[in-house]
Design a protein around this ligand. Structure first.
Ligand code: IPE
Ligand code: IPE
Ligand code: MG
Length: 254
């Protein structure tokens, strides 16, 4: 439990089980938003909001794994988040180290496979090394695919895919006219994983902020108003239940 648990008012209901759901998403994506507003509300430093947000993240990962959902993508730091103050960026970078130090053993034990989405090369050396090691250590695991977006931007990801394809065309391995949607999918960070079925953004903001643009083409969206540090397993279950009630048509007339 977080050191600031006294401030959070999470609903305490028994977590649902896989068999309680008629339909679950294969791939859930979450934009963890509202840490700053949560800190402000409690007259705390913004870093404390992020710290409490990590507590929510731990619970959400655990529940996703318990439900045997295939993939979870979480937005931890965008390519645009560098525009925040050096203090806040520093606090977030520090939390990356703390998160992996405290979680990696349990995640590996639970057979979770970690993948970092985004450009690791622009991160500080220590963080980059920890991330590469987490990917290496869990690389052969076959359980939950945990994708952590760090220095990630959806447009940057698409530019990268375009560059990879352009190189192949230049090398004469591929005709431009033969490029398919699948070939683009295969050159995204999430290659080999199902598209996003459910996108959740907390804090009431209704935008994508450059997250998983290509993978969300047919995602269902939910925007709970709760701030991320207050997002509970019960809120998560509610979102998953709401997903089960959505009619996904993919352009067809059912
Ligand atoms: C989201 O919380 C976490 C990150 C961007 C890392 P915010 O810090 O954006 O919270 P608000 O939007 O200011 O409340
Ligand atoms: C998106 O949230 C990025 C993360 C949650 C990591 P932001 O709070 O940075 O997005 P905007 O600026 O409100 O669109
Ligand atoms: Mg925000």
């Amino acid at each position: 439990m977080g050191i600031f648990h006294l401030f959070s008012h999470k609903a305490q209901r028994a977590a649902m089980k896989r068999e309680d759901f008629a339909k679950l998403p294969r791939h859930v994506a979450i934009i963890m938003d509202g840490n700053g507003r949560w800190a402000k509300k409690h007259k705390l430093n913004v870093a404390m909001g992020h710290r409490q947000g990590v507590e929510t993240l731990r619970e959400v990962i655990r529940h996703t794994d318990d439900l045997k959902i295939e993939a979870l993508s979480i937005y931890a730091f965008s390519t645009e988040n560098w525009k925040r103050s050096p203090e806040e960026v520093g606090a977030l970078m520090q939390l990356i180290l703390e998160f992996f130090a405290s979680e990696i053993d349990e995640l590996d034990e639970k057979n979770v496979r970690i993948l970092i989405l985004g450009d690791k090369s622009a991160l500080p050396d220590k963080q980059r090394e920890v991330l590469i090691e987490a990917e290496r250590r869990t690389g052969d695991n076959t359980g939950l695919r945990l994708n952590i977006a760090l220095n990630y931007g959806g447009r940057a990801e698409l530019v990268r895919a375009a560059q990879l394809l352009a190189e192949e065309v230049k090398a004469g391995e591929l005709e431009a006219a033969d490029i398919t949607e699948q070939m683009i999918s295969d050159r995204l960070y999430t290659a080999g994983q199902p598209d996003v079925d459910l996108m959740i953004r907390t804090s009431g903001e209704m935008r994508l902020s450059n997250f998983l643009l290509y993978q969300c083409a047919y995602a269902e969206f939910l925007f709970p108003t709760v701030l991320w540090p207050d997002f509970s397993v019960a809120d998560y279950d509610e979102a998953l239940k709401a997903y089960g009630g959505r009619e996904r048509r993919f352009g067809k007339r059912l």
